[in-house]
Design a protein around this ligand. Structure first.
Ligand code: NAD
Ligand code: ZN
Length: 260
C-alpha cells in the first residue's frame, strides 16, 4: 500500500475523527483556503466542471492597464457576478474555522479567496490574510483611494458601460483583487509566511493548489515540521506529503466543528 492510501480518509466520519485527534494534538492551527470553501455559498470555483474558467479567460493585469475595453469588460463581468458575490453568506467551512479562531488556537486564516466570507463569519479583518485581495470593494491603482462598488456601478451605468477613472487623480479603478500578471501583495505574503512558520497544524481547504506562489504555503508548513491536512474533493499534487487527505465535501467534514 502506498503512503497516500494510508493517509486518505475513507469517509466523512473517519475524516472528522482524525481531524479531531489532530486538533487535540496541536497548539497553533493555521488554515489556508481556496475557492472550494465558498462553492456551497453559491460562488463557483475556477477549475471544477462548470467553474468560471470553463466559461471565460481571465483578463490579465497588463491588458487591464493597457486597454479601456479590457477595463470595461472586467467591470462588466464583476457586476454580472454581483448576484452571486453580493448574496453569499458564510458556509459551514467558514463557520467552523471561525469557531476554531474563537477558541484562540488559531491566529487566523490565509486565503486565496476574494469574497470577504471569512471576515463575514467573524474572523477579525486583521486576521484574514488575503493573498489575492478582495473583490467587494475597489481601489485606484495610482493613488489607492477606495471606492465602493455601488459608486463604481452608478458611474459605469451612467457612461453606458464605461469603466470610470479616479476623480481625484485620473488613475484606473480596479476591484481590490490581485490579477494574473499583477505583483503579489508584500504585506499579506509576509504575514502568510509568518503564520505558516508559527503553526504546528496546517489545513489546506478547498484549493486545487496549482496557483503559485500561494500553493507554496502548504509545502512551507510541512518543511517547517507542521502536520499538513488537505481537504479537497479532487486530488492535489501535495497529497503524498500530507498527514491526512480528505476528499469529501468541505461543509460536511467541517460542520461538526461549528460551535456557534
Ligand atoms: P480552484 O478553483 O483552483 O480549486 C478549488 C478546488 O476546490 C477544486 O479542486 C475543487 O475540487 C474543490 N472544491 C470545490 N467545492 C468543494 C467542496 N464543496 N468540497 C470539497 N472540495 C471542493 O480554486 P483555488 O485553488 O482557490 O484557486 C483559484 C483562484 O481563484 C484563487 O486564487 C482565488 O483568488 C480565485 N477565486 C476565488 C473565489 C472566491 O473568492 N470564492 C472563487 C473563484 C476563484
Ligand atoms: Zn486615484
Amino acid at each position: 500500500m502506498t503512503r497516500s492510501h494510508d493517509t486518505v480518509a475513507p469517509d466523512v466520519k473517519t475524516a472528522v475523527a482524525r481531524l479531531r485527534d489532530l486538533f487535540d494534538a496541536s497548539e497553533v492551527v493555521v488554515s489556508f483556503t481556496g475557492a472550494g470553501i465558498s462553492t456551497e455559498c453559491g460562488i463557483p470555483d475556477f477549475r471544477s466542471p462548470g467553474g468560471i474558467w470553463t466559461k471565460m479567460r481571465p483578463i490579465d493585469f497588463s491588458d487591464f492597464i493597457a486597454s479601456q475595453a479590457a477595463r470595461d469588460e472586467s467591470w462588466r463581468r464583476r457586476f454580472a457576478m454581483e448576484a452571486e458575490f453580493g448574496r453569499a453568506t458564510p458556509g459551514r467551512g467558514h463557520r467552523a474555522l471561525a469557531s476554531l479562531y474563537r477558541t484562540g488556537r488559531s491566529p487566523g486564516v490565509v486565503t486565496q479567496n476574494i469574497d470577504n466570507l471569512h471576515q463575514a463569519s467573524g474572523v477579525a479583518p486583521d486576521h484574514v490574510v488575503e493573498l489575492h485581495g478582495n473583490t467587494t470593494y475597489a481601489l485606484c491603482l495610482d493613488c489607492a483611494a477606495r471606492y465602493e462598488l455601488p459608486w463604481v456601478k452608478q458611474r459605469f451605468d451612467a457612461e453606458g458601460g464605461r469603466a470610470p477613472s479616479c476623480p481625484s487623480c485620473g488613475g484606473h479603478i480596479k476591484t481590490a483583487t490581485v490579477s494574473f500578471g499583477q505583483a503579489m501583495p508584500e504585506g499579506p505574503m509576509r504575514r502568510a509566511e509568518e503564520m505558516t512558520r508559527a503553526c504546528d497544524l496546517f489545513l489546506a481547504i478547498g484549493s486545487s493548489l496549482v496557483v503559485w506562489p500561494a500553493a507554496g504555503f502548504p509545502l512551507m508548513a510541512k518543511r517547517n515540521g507542521a502536520r499538513l491536512v488537505i481537504i479537497n474533493r479532487e486530488p492535489t499534487d501535495f497529497d503524498d506529503m500530507a498527514d491526512l487527505v480528505v476528499r469529501e465535501d468541505i461543509g460536511a467534514v467541517l460542520e461538526p466543528f461549528i460551535t456557534a
